[in-house]
Design a binder for this molecule. Structure first.
Ligand code: PMP
Ligand code: GLU
Length: 397
């Protein structure tokens, strides 16, 4: 059977593949430390699980409205009002099977062949594939480490052509952890409004933010920006609910309707039980989130301090998410026991095979001078893993 051209062009998610490989090695009894996947290691809070069990007992086990239950959409509307100062009607909200699915729907209804989509790099793995799946052309714009990997107005302006249709912004960012300030977003927003470029703003790490930094949604900066933006968010990261698969989008009514119509022919509604659980996540106590955040902060500080002690590794302080994104390029051109290291991919292979540490090479995010380490794992594992990394790097001459 021949595969369609569309399928031939897809590469599998490298973050998920590395996680699968690490988990397989662990299942085989190998002592692997997994800094690979971006998934909170905490359990879903009890009150959220209870809400799911109650939903099952109450018989909430049938199809719901395609774009989500009224209750969940109301909770999302309230969240946007309270956290972001954004006023949406329930008809502007579409709940999907994870933020990844919300993003997919958004690219599908906004892009077509011939459109260019500006993708600041380093970027999260699935944006590139989803842009291509929508038939559009990704225009990758490399940001600079000196600018904290944030797109500047000059870089944005240089990338715009008459075919530019859309830009994807992600703050706090996966993989860099960078957080855009209000002023930076306002400056980019001015250019985007002037050129009428639509924005997909992926705010899934909104709550995972440190150092007193403020999360700002670009949609909240002006009525024009709100009309041009699809905001993406979800419960996976903030509430340790990756397996429940609930993400959501807020968009101008016509865009939301198109996304819901598309979804009505693919997945229909996301799981009814997971929707009930998500109402509890958004409207219930936020204490578990605060506890998780404090722990992530502690781990980030520890990991950052330790990694900066390794000679030749440079690492900025990330303000959000749960990743470090150190520059390891000073090791390139050297070798470990006769094996030449010429990229972060080579280094990631070496670390997994020789030191039993899984992490994601920067190639997955469009820059192979870096590695991404997730600190969504225990302090003990972080300490052990960093010792292993330091020992292996010490052997590179
Ligand atoms: N956006 C970013 C930047 C992410 O890191 C993730 C995590 N996989 C997602 C979207 C998707 O999250 P989910 O589908 O689990 O809601
Ligand atoms: N967002 C997470 C990561 O980057 C989960 C994996 C994925 O969905 O690709 O590791």
């Amino acid at each position: 059977m021949n595969l369609a051209q569309r399928a031939l062009g897809i590469s599998p998610s490298p973050t998920l593949s590395i996680d699968a490989k690490a988990k397989k090695m662990i299942a085989q009894g190998l002592d692997v430390i997994n800094f690979g996947v971006g998934e909170p290691d905490f359990d879903t809070p009890q009150h959220i699980k209870d809400a799911a069990m109650e939903a099952i007992q109450k018989g909430m086990t049938k199809y719901t409205a395609v774009a989500g239950t009224d209750q969940l959409k109301q909770a999302i509307v309230a969240k946007f009002k309270q956290d972001n100062g954004l006023d949406y009607q329930p008809g502007q909200i579409v709940v999907s099977c994870g933020a990844k699915h919300s993003l997919y729907n958004a690219f599908q209804v906004l892009c077509q062949p011939g459109d260019e989509v500006i993708l600041p790099a380093p970027y999260w793995v699935s944006y590139l594939e989803q842009i291509k799946l929508a038939g559009a052309q990704p225009v990758i714009v490399n940001t600079r480490q000196e600018n904290d990997f944030k797109l500047t107005v000059a870089e944005l302006e240089a990338a715009i052509t008459p075919r530019t249709r859309l830009i994807i912004l992600n703050s706090p960012s996966n993989p860099t952890g960078s957080v855009y300030t209000r002023q930076e977003l306002a400056a980019l927003g001015e250019v985007l409004v002037k050129h009428k470029i639509a924005i997909i703003s992926d705010e899934i790490y909104e709550k995972l933010i440190y150092d007193g930094l403020e999360h700002v949604s670009i949609a909240s900066l002006s009525p024009e920006l709100k009309e041009q933006t699809v905001v993406i968010n979800g419960v996976s990261k903030s509430y340790a609910m990756t397996g429940w698969r609930i993400g959501y989008a807020a968009a101008p009514a016509a865009v939301a309707k198109a996304m819901a119509d598309l979804q009505s022919h693919s997945t229909s509604n996301p799981t009814s039980i997971a929707q009930a659980a998500s109402v509890a996540a958004l409207t219930g106590t936020q204490q578990p989130l605060q506890d998780m955040l404090r722990e992530f902060n502690r781990r980030r500080d520890f990991m950052l301090e330790r990694i900066r002690q390794i000679p030749g590794v440079q690492c900025r302080q990330p303000g959000g998410a749960f990743y470090l994104f150190p520059d390891v390029s000073s090791y390139f051109g050297k070798s470990y026991r006769g094996r030449v290291v010429s990229s972060a991919s080579d280094l990631a292979d070496l670390l997994l095979e020789e030191a039993r540490v899984a992490l994601v090479p920067g190639i997955a995010f469009g820059d192979d001078r870096f590695i991404r380490l997730s600190y969504a794992t225990s302090m003990e594992k972080i300490a052990q893993g960093l010792e292993r990394i330091a020992a292996l790097l010490d052997g590179i001459k």
